[in-house]
Design a protein around this ligand. Sequence first.
Ligand SMILES: NC(=O)c1ccc[n+]([C@@H]2O[C@H](COP(=O)([O-])OP(=O)(O)OC[C@H]3O[C@@H](n4cnc5c(N)ncnc54)[C@H](OP(=O)(O)O)[C@@H]3O)[C@@H](O)[C@H]2O)c1
Length: 234
Amino acid sequence: MTVTVLVTGASRGIGLELARQYAARGSRVIATARRPAEATALASLAAANPGVVIEPLAVTDAAAIAALAAKYAGQPIDILIHNAGITGARAGHGLGTLDYDLYRQVLETNTIAPMRITEALLASVAASTQKKIVTISSSEGSIGGVDAPRGYWYRSSKAAVNMLMRNLAFDVRGRGISVALVNPGPVDTDMMKGVPMPLQKPADAVAKLIATIDRVSLATTGRFWDREGGELPW
Ligand SMILES: NC(=O)c1ccc[n+]([C@@H]2O[C@H](COP(=O)([O-])OP(=O)(O)OC[C@H]3O[C@@H](n4cnc5c(N)ncnc54)[C@H](OP(=O)(O)O)[C@@H]3O)[C@@H](O)[C@H]2O)c1
């Protein structure tokens, strides 16, 4: 049976690579992008793969989420992947100059959107065979991993989405739905431009993510997975 995967933020970076690799596996991919007309790499992927469908979705737009859910009502979604994200990093932004409007944007994108989209599409996930809800989190959201200050907005948005999804895991377990938080590790995408650390190629990082997502099950639900398939501290 064909596996259906929905990926948010599929215009570039990790989301685009997830769409590419799931399509290469023969999955049906619902690739969402907030500005499809500008997502030229995604458009090329869809042109070459009839199984890839592009849907417009700004994840912070509640009406657009409702419209997408209405469109897919009654259709199974095996793997729902919350990938769209922003760092909220900006030059000169730090203690004493923190921008709280920016914080709202980061929380709307990284934390509230995954929950809202989950609620909207839950029936479609429940109607599928694999029944998986996956959020691309970050080791930056690991409170136990913090030993130096940086990224107030990003770190707290990921820690909060971790808690939402861990809570959700117990809420939907009885419906046979598994929930996972996955850390891709540092990946060479626009998000990491100029960050001086070794970066994985998107293709390599996403191959590992998909291997981890394959292992997600009711037995492992609610886990915060590290990039090599181990567990991260909360
Ligand atoms: N790269 C890393 O090293 C790394 C490490 C840990 C975790 N992550 C996580 O991995 C995920 C993907 O990151 P990335 O590295 O691929 O970042 P990226 O290259 O900056 O891409 C971000 C994606 O999110 C989309 N997006 C942002 N805000 C959106 C919104 N309001 N509505 C819809 N789409 C939106 C972007 O769409 P547009 O093209 O329209 O802007 C783009 O497709 C994020 O959740 C990030 O936190 C990344």
